[in-house]
Ligand binder design. Structure first.
Ligand code: PSV
Ligand code: MN
Length: 424
């Protein structure tokens, strides 16, 4: 299903009066509004194909109705999000969940929906039906050479699919590690993994990048072979200039200072980009900004500072993606909330008075530095984000539009109540 532009216009005219009042107030309070609006209009966050169905835990999955049953429908769902917010113009595919049967048709659909193909994701954390060898004891780290070879070949196959679609990056997340002390020789596991990544790296086209995603724990609970940003950076440095470290917000131990990690990775020119989500305990995959919005703002603050220091383009020089799971909410509504939270933090980070912050830092004026950040964080930028959406052709209030125009009901009518999206 497609969003009708006339209905968006109708929605916007219904909301226009209230919006104008809020926007006029924001404009009077915030300097450089036009510049910020332009940056917001340029900024897009990719949607992972696996976030469009209802998620689950290892205990149960309570599937929602009208879920996308195939790749085309997943793309249509992202098309709906993008039509509503004009900030979700890319989809990230996971192979083998999303193997395209016809590249040409998929590419046509993408251009019809105004979508790009973001990073491709390989999957060696599950065994697939008919797969010759098992990843139970790891993939690239495995003590068995034939298993390592199978994992390398899978990653090379993922690159090939991506090349056909026009993607430019491969994200490798390995669940490799161990559950008990003594199970694994750490050094050998690292070396095997490095060798595997080197073979994959060698298969990258000239204009491709590889993102090495780390995770502190789960599914392995004693050690992870790419367990933190230090290990990921080791691999990325050893691999070469096309390899980078990918930060997934949920992949840290509690209270990790992610904003500092980001600042240093940027300094080293090794930050690939993000998988956004939020968490209270671990890899909870909750809606972005739902638990720790101040942390999200502080991360964006470091991103903007570091990217500007290196003359980087905010919209295109890093990979921005959501990686969340929606167990109790409608996935599309949840993703709209996540994008809004990202836009809020991005806009607020653009508002930070860097000159004053620098002066406060140089003078060790701790109170002034803290005041600058906290007062910026408390600035209400929602009307500016709505204005950017309006100018781009989106809806002033995407969630209200989704509900009032009964989008999920229409999807259920089209797809039925028992489709289940491929994914976890
Ligand atoms: C692992 O927890 C992860 O964050 C990786 O990005 C995977 O590719 C993704 O989730 C989906 O399982
Ligand atoms: Mn991730």
């Amino acid at each position: 299903m497609r969003i009708d532009k006339k209905q968006i216009d109708q929605h916007n005219s219904d909301f226009q009066k209230v919006h104008q009042k809020r926007f006029d107030f924001a404009k009077s309070e915030i300097p450089n509004v036009e510049l910020i609006i332009q940056k917001l209009m340029d900024f897009n966050v990719a949607i992972p194909s696996w976030a469009l169905g209802t998620g689950g835990t290892r205990f149960a999955r309570f599937s929602g109705a009208g879920e996308p049953g195939n790749l085309e429908q997943k793309m249509e769902d992202v098309g709906i999000l993008h039509a509503l917010n004009h900030s979700s113009g890319a989809i990230s595919l996971h192979i083998p969940w999303d193997i395209p049967s016809n590249y040409g048709a998929i590419k046509n659909l993408a251009s019809d929906l105004n979508l790009k193909f973001d990073a491709m994701n390989s999957n060696t954390f599950q065994d697939q039906k008919g797969q010759a060898l098992s990843y139970k004891f790891g993939s690239l780290q495995n003590t068995n050479k034939a298993i390592r070879k199978q994992a390398i070949e899978h990653n090379i196959e993922v690159i090939k699919h991506g090349v056909e679609l026009g993607s430019k990056a491969l994200t490798v997340w390995l669940s490799d590690g161990s559950c008990f002390p003594g199970q694994l020789n750490f050094r050998k596991a690292f070396q095997n993994t490095l060798e595997g990544l080197q073979e994959i790296y060698a298969a990258l086209p000239a204009d491709w990048k590889v993102f090495v995603e780390y995770k502190a724990f789960e599914p392995n609970f004693y050690s992870m072979t790419v367990g933190d940003w230090g290990q990921s950076l080791l691999y990325a440095n050893k691999l070469g200039p096309k390899a980078f470290t990918l930060v997934d917000l949920g992949h840290h131990l509690p209270n990790a200072n992610i904003e500092q990690i980001v600042a240093l990775l940027l300094m080293e020119k090794k930050l690939a980009g993000f998988h956004f989500n939020d968490s209270k305990y671990g890899d909870d995959d909750l809606t972005v900004g739902s638990i720790k919005p101040y942390q999200l703002f502080l991360i964006f603050n470091e991103l903007i500072e570091g990217m500007d220091a290196r003359g980087m383009n905010h919209a295109t020089d890093l990979g921005w993606m959501i990686d969340a799971s929606h167990n109790v909410k409608d996935p599309l509504e949840d993703l709209l909330q996540s994008i809004e939270a990202i836009m809020i933090s991005y806009a607020q980070a653009l508002l930070v008075n860097r000159t004053q912050l620098n002066i406060a830092q140089e003078n060790n004026d701790v109170v002034a530095a803290q005041e600058i950040l906290q007062s910026t964080f408390r600035t209400d930028v929602r009307a500016i984000i709505a204005e950017a959406r309006l100018r781009a052709g989106g809806a002033l209030d995407p969630i209200a539009y989704f509900r009032q125009n009964k989008i999920r009901e229409a999807l259920i009518k089209e797809r039925g109540t028992s489709t289940i999206a491929t994914g976890l």
